[in-house]
Design a binder for this molecule. Structure first.
Ligand code: G3P
Length: 226
């Protein structure tokens, strides 16, 4: 399963790229609002950090304006994917972008049927929001399981991107459900790295090493302390 970072924060993206686990980035207007500045400039910076897909979201309501926005994003870098919300207008825009060879990520998907429609219109990524479904007492992961099943069974040329991920368990379950991609907030990626027993184990090994080296130094009088 590919791991994307769900952020517009350049420092977070640089950090995860250094870890060697960054396959792409997703942004949206809310994530952009947290950092501000020029959205186009941020997208160009992100595309310089990762060669993976970088989603840039359109905010226009109508097809023609969506097309103008999306075409302008697509010119910024070859790895830009235009993010389009699920709607009647959005489906038409996805179809038109596909005809022009511009890749799209259909966002705000909450049912497998919405995902099926987006795939048929030509979206290369389908983004079901699982955390927001969990928030209203529905099983977000069930949509991932259904949509992955449909994509595989009918050999659709698209990928399921698990979005609105809130905690590490979501990531494990998405991977087990066969999701092709998951996009994660930086905090969730950090949580995945750590385990209390790992962190405690690292400290114990360091402390034991220091003690052993002190004993060696005392017995040999070599002055070795590390
Ligand atoms: O990937 C979509 C994501 O940014 C939405 O997450 O936590 O606002 O539901 P959330």
């Amino acid at each position: 399963m590919k791991l994307f970072l769900d952020t517009a924060d350049i420092e977070e993206i640089r950090t995860v790229a250094r870890w060697g686990v960054l396959d792409g980035v997703t942004t949206n207007p809310t994530l952009y609002a947290k950092v501000g500045g020029s959205y186009e400039g941020i997208l160009q910076d992100i595309c310089r950090i990762t060669p993976g897909p970088v989603s840039a979201e359109v905010v226009a309501e109508h097809v023609d304006e969506m097309l103008v926005e999306g075409r302008s994003f697509a010119k910024l870098a070859p790895n830009i994917v235009v993010k389009v919300p699920m709607s009647e207008e959005g489906l038409e825009a996805i179809y038109r972008f596909a005809e022009e060879g511009i890749k799209t990520n259909c966002t705000l998907i909450f049912t497998a049927n919405q995902g099926l429609l987006a795939a048929k219109a030509g979206a290369s990524l389908l983004s079901p929001f699982i955390g927001r479904l969990d928030d209203i007492n529905q099983d977000g992961m069930e949509v991932i399981r259904e949509l992955v099943g449909i994509v595989e069974m009918h050999d659709l040329d698209t990928e399921v991107l698990t979005a609105s991920v809130r905690h590490p368990r979501h990531v494990t379950e998405a991977a087990l459900a066969g999701s092709h991609v998951a996009t994660l907030p930086f905090k969730v990626l950090q949580q995945m790295v750590h385990h209390p027993l790992t962190d405690k184990g690292i400290k114990t090994f360091r402390d034991d090493w220091d003690k052993a080296r002190q004993v060696v130094a005392q017995t040999t009088g070599s002055g070795v302390t590390n």
